[in-house]
Design a protein around this ligand. Structure first.
Ligand code: ZN
Ligand code: ZN
Length: 160
């Protein structure tokens, strides 16, 4: 796994981020380890999602895929669903009424979402494991938790 730092200049907001880049072989291994059959389309979907700096919507994904290959929307949905079920993709809602997907890296990564525009910023490296442990301790019905998703909502610098 390779790490890439990126700087993104959007208007007057300079965002610093951190992104992990996976090789094709690593993605192929992930699909196999997830117990899924390796197909060209499945690999392509995983590859594109893994390269995004932000969680990608199905619509954006379909658009990007159309430029590369003739792949219909139903196939994209099917592959997203199977990759999500196999635990390779994280599905996020952001109160937008549509799903966003990102690679399940197992690393702490949470997003801050603008309630006014489309700005989403992924903040890496801040773990809420302690909060999760506390919640589980207080919980009366649960013995364990497996995954979590946490998003914060607010106003970005342009909208504030
Ligand atoms: Zn959205
Ligand atoms: Zn905004």
């Amino acid at each position: 796994m390779q790490n890439a730092n990126y700087l993104q200049y959007t208007g007057d907001v300079l965002r610093c981020g951190y992104m992990a880049l996976y090789s094709k072989d690593e993605l192929i291994d992930m699909i196999k380890e997830g117990g899924l059959r390796l197909t060209d389309h499945r690999l392509l979907v995983l590859e594109i999602v893994s390269k995004q700096k932000h969680p990608i919507t199905v619509y954006e994904l379909v658009d990007l895929l159309r430029k590369k290959e003739n792949i219909d929307q139903a196939t994209v949905y099917r592959n997203l669903a199977s990759l999500h079920e196999a635990g390779l993709l994280r599905r996020l809602d952001f109160n937008h009424g549509h799903a966003h997907y990102e690679l399940e890296t197992g690393r702490a990564s949470h997003s801050i979402v603008c309630s006014n525009c489309e700005t989403i910023e992924k903040v890496e490296g801040i773990s809420i494991d302690d909060v999760v442990k506390k919640m589980l301790k207080k919980s009366k019905k649960f013995k364990e938790t497996r995954t979590h998703s946490m998003e914060l909502y607010g106003l970005c610098r342009s909208c504030a």
